[in-house]
Ligand binder design. Structure first.
Ligand code: EPZ
Length: 462
């Protein structure tokens, strides 16, 4: 868990890591290559380790070099099983489906199952691969896909909430080795899909239309391993920009692709942040009164759903009413009740959250439910008065490379501690007594029964 003492305006310089959502599909696509692949700028994340395990299980040699680069080389092409234990831990494991099918003619990949950010089917992935000629059946929780050689086809990948990012990655990767020409209509335009396409083209694929909803792929016989640099993480960059805003800070962020973040930058300027680009760096300052805004998460080039929770955290401390809508994952609001625990005033209506911004949040113990919800709670903790405890921070480690170290270097006060408070049985029921001391008391220890007693909380067992 994190223990955050809020209130410090952030200042200084910080650098953004490589994009997780580029690195994962690109790592999966290394299964297509003959010869070694080297990836530069792969962030050091639990999700990257998880996919590394899966690729080893699928016959690849995977190594992190002292330089930080990752290398991959397929050594054995007999394995084609992506087991439930790995896929349930990380949905992006499904990105091995297209590459396995195209290169090995068969894949057996677990269906990912439930997710805290809402319903996440993979029907569009299966529709696209079926159009390429695969026979696909779902048995005992696994997708079993087979094809002697895939055949080029016209594929429409639009769904009820727009296109699909990893679905486009899967189908595009598979089509690179198909016989003939494929067209993906309503393809995802996200920079991470473009990065994957550029990597595949460097390996010898013939893909055009990247970054548009119409991607054309001319199938080739083979792809060869190359060295590729992962693009900077636009979601991490946005999170750091919001950190500057919510802490009333002034920071310089390095390794940023602002051209991947136009909608976010425009929205943050509308809120009142000063954003000054220079080369691949940007200075972000909160030097004026911030304004409430409406903010809608949409497929690229709109504001990403992966920034929706962090934007909401910022808007909780901006006076006035803001409406935050998510049109990609309409149920992605698990962070909302936790922000309320920190003193925010937010009401949900369908895929919208109505935020009644105030200037004041106060430290509390909250629970992270997913990666971006964790980031939102960390941001709110930076602004909250007193101490906040964010539990289940392992979600954050899946997708942010050393976020707390980066924020601490900017002047934040974040301590990582072991997760569950000791001596606190899971079946505890807590009653806050009328005599609770001030919860923001800076001297209290956030630990077990002593702490509870000090806060005037009586504990009883079921
Ligand atoms: C990718 O997930 C990202 N993950 C997510 O990042 C991100 O939130 C999401 O795209 C949207 O931008 C990776 O890139 C590894 P989708 P993905 O398929 O590909 C519906 C993070 O925090 N849909 O583009 O799984 C779906 O339910 C994360 O880093 C179908 O209906 O998302 C959703 O409403 C989490 N059928 C919408 O499309 C399908 O077959 C977009 O989902 C597939 C998706």
């Amino acid at each position: 868990m994190f223990v955050i003492r809020g209130g410090q305006p952030l200042a200084g310089t910080v650098s953004v890591s490589g994009a997780k959502n580029s690195a994962l599909p690109i790592m999966a696509a290394s299964l297509l290559a003959e010869g070694p692949t080297t990836l530069k700028g792969v962030p050091d994340l639990v999700d990257v380790d998880t996919l590394g395990h899966l690729l080893r299980a699928l016959g690849s040699r995977v190594e992190r070099l002292p330089s930080g680069d990752l290398t991959f080389e397929v050594q054995n092409t007999r394995a084609n099983l992506a087991d439930y234990e790995l896929v349930r831990r990380m949905r992006a494991s499904v990105c091995v489906l297209g590459p396995l099918l195209a290169r090995r003619g068969a894949a057996c990949v677990s269906l990912p199952g439930g997710c805290n950010i809402g319903d996440r089917p993979i029907d569009l992935h299966l529709k696209g691969l079926t159009a390429l000629g695969a026979t696909i059946r779902v048995e005992r929780g696994y997708v079993i896909a087979e094809a002697k050689r895939l055949k080029g086809a016209n594929i429409y990948l639009g769904g009820p909430f727009g296109s699909t990012v990893t679905g486009t990655a899967n189908v595009m990767a598979a089509a690179t080795l198909a016989e003939g020409r494929s067209t993906i209509e309503a393809a995802a335009c996200e920079p991470e899909v473009v990065d994957l396409g550029n990597y595949l083209n460097a390996m010898g694929a013939r893909i055009t239309g990247l970054g548009t909803p119409f991607i054309q792929i001319e199938g080739v016989e083979r792809l060869t391993g190359v060295t590729h640099t992962i693009i900077p993480d636009r979601i991490e960059a946005a999170t750091l920009m919001i950190a500057a805003g919510i802490s009333q800070g002034d920071i310089r962020i390095e390794n940023v692709r602002l051209d991947h973040m136009t909608a976010v930058v425009e929205k943050l300027r509308e809120i009142g942040l000063t954003i000054e680009p220079s080369g691949n760096c940007v200075r972000v300052r909160a030097n004026s009164q911030l304004k409430s805004v409406d903010c809608t998460a949409l497929p690229y080039p709109g504001i990403p759903t992966d920034v929706q929770a962090q934007m909401m955290a910022l808007l909780t401390v901006v006076s006035g009413i803001s409406i935050v809508t998510d049109k990609v994952f309409p149920d992605r609001f698990m962070h909302l009740p936790e922000l309320v625990r920190l003193g925010a005033s937010i009401r949900r209506e369908g895929n919208c959250a109505i935020v009644n911004g105030r200037h004041h949040l106060s430290g509390a113990c909250v629970m992270a439910s997913d990666l971006r919800a964790s980031a939102a709670l960390v941001l709110a903790g930076l602004a909250a008065e007193g101490e906040s405890v964010i539990r289940r921070i392992y979600h954050l480690d899946r997708g942010y490379d050393q976020l707390e170290l980066k924020l601490n270097r900017l002047g934040a006060d974040i301590r990582r501690e072991s997760d569950e408070p000791k001596n606190m049985p899971a079946s505890l029921i807590l009653n806050v007594s009328d005599h609770a001391e001030d919860l923001s008391d800076p001297t209290h220890e956030l630990r077990g029964p002593t702490w509870l007693k000090r806060l005037g909380i009586n504990q009883r067992q079921d």
